[in-house]
Design a protein around this ligand. Structure first.
Ligand code: 5RP
Length: 217
C-alpha cells in the first residue's frame, strides 16, 4: 500500500471520533486534507470546524463546512491532525507544513487530540525530522545562536512566512531525549513563538496506518 493510501485510510478512521453536531478542530497537511475531504461527505452532521491554517480553512470552505473562529467556539470535543514524527508515547514533532503555532493552539483548546499518521512517522526517539521553530523575524539570529547552544543546527526555511507573519527555523541534529523539557526550554527563548514539539500536551490518541490496517497507539 502506498503512503497516500495509508494517509487516506487513517484519515477515514478518525471520523469515528467526531461526534454529531459538533465543532471539530482540523489540522494541516496532506493527511489532514484527506480528513477534510471525508468530513465534507458528512458536513450536514457538523456545526462547523475550526481550522489550524489558512490552507485548511480554504479547503474546508471548498467542501462546504462552515468555519468558526476559535474564540467563538468554546472547548472543542476533538482535534484531528497529522504529524511529522510520533513516538509510541504519543509525543510528536509537527510543523512540517509551518502551521505549528495555530495547531498547538487548537490542540490546547480541544478535549481530545487524535493524531493521524502512516507508519513511516513512527520513531523510537524524536529528532530525525528537523524541529520547526516559529520565530519573530527580528529575533531570528539570536534565537538561532541559542538553538546552536542547545546542540542544534538551525536552518532558515527560505521563502516561507507563516500565517502569523513569522519565519521558521528548522533545527537539525537535536538529540531529543526529554521532549517536554526541550519544548519548554525552546519556548523560553525570547523571540520564539512556539516550537513543533508536542510533548507537554501530547496526542491523546495516535491512529497509525500500516500495510495491515490502522493501529491505535
Ligand atoms: C503541518 C503539520 C503536519 O501535520 C505534518 O507536517 C504532517 O504532514 P503530512 O500529513 O502532510 O505528512 O504539522 O504543520
Amino acid at each position: 500500500m502506498n503512503q497516500d493510501e495509508k494517509k487516506r485510510r487513517v484519515a477515514l478512521a478518525a471520523l469515528e471520533f467526531v461526534p454529531d453536531d459538533c465543532i471539530v478542530g482540523v489540522g494541516t497537511g496532506s493527511t489532514a486534507n484527506f480528513f477534510i475531504d471525508a468530513l465534507g461527505e458528512r458536513r450536514h452532521r457538523l456545526r462547523g470546524a475550526v481550522a489550524s491554517s489558512e490552507a485548511s480553512a480554504a479547503r474546508l470552505r471548498a467542501v462546504g463546512i462552515p468555519l468558526i473562529d476559535l474564540n467563538d467556539a468554546g472547548e472543542l470535543p476533538v482535534y484531528v491532525d497529522g504529524a511529522d514524527e510520533t513516538t509510541r508515547e504519543r509525543c510528536l514533532i509537527k510543523g512540517g507544513g509551518g502551521a505549528l503555532t495555530r495547531e498547538k493552539i487548537v490542540a490546547a483548546a480541544s478535549k481530545v487530540f487524535v493524531c493521524v499518521v502512516d507508519d513511516t512517522k513512527l520513531v523510537a526517539q524524536l529528532g530525525r525530522f528537523p524541529l520547526p521553530v516559529e520565530v519573530i523575524p527580528l529575533a531570528r539570529a539570536q534565537v538561532a545562536r541559542a538553538l546552536e547552544a542547545l546542540g542544534g543546527r538551525p536552518v532558515l526555511r527560505e521563502g516561507f512566512i507563516t500565517d502569523n507573519g513569522n519565519q521558521i527555523l528548522d533545527v537539525h541534529g537535536l538529540s531529543i531525549e526529554a521532549p517536554a523539557t526541550l519544548e519548554t526550554a525552546i519556548n523560553q527563548l525570547t523571540g520564539v513563538v512556539t516550537n513543533g514539539l508536542f510533548a507537554r500536551r501530547p496526542a491523546d490518541i495516535v491512529l497509525m496506518a500500516g500495510d495491515s490496517g490502522v493501529e491505535r497507539l
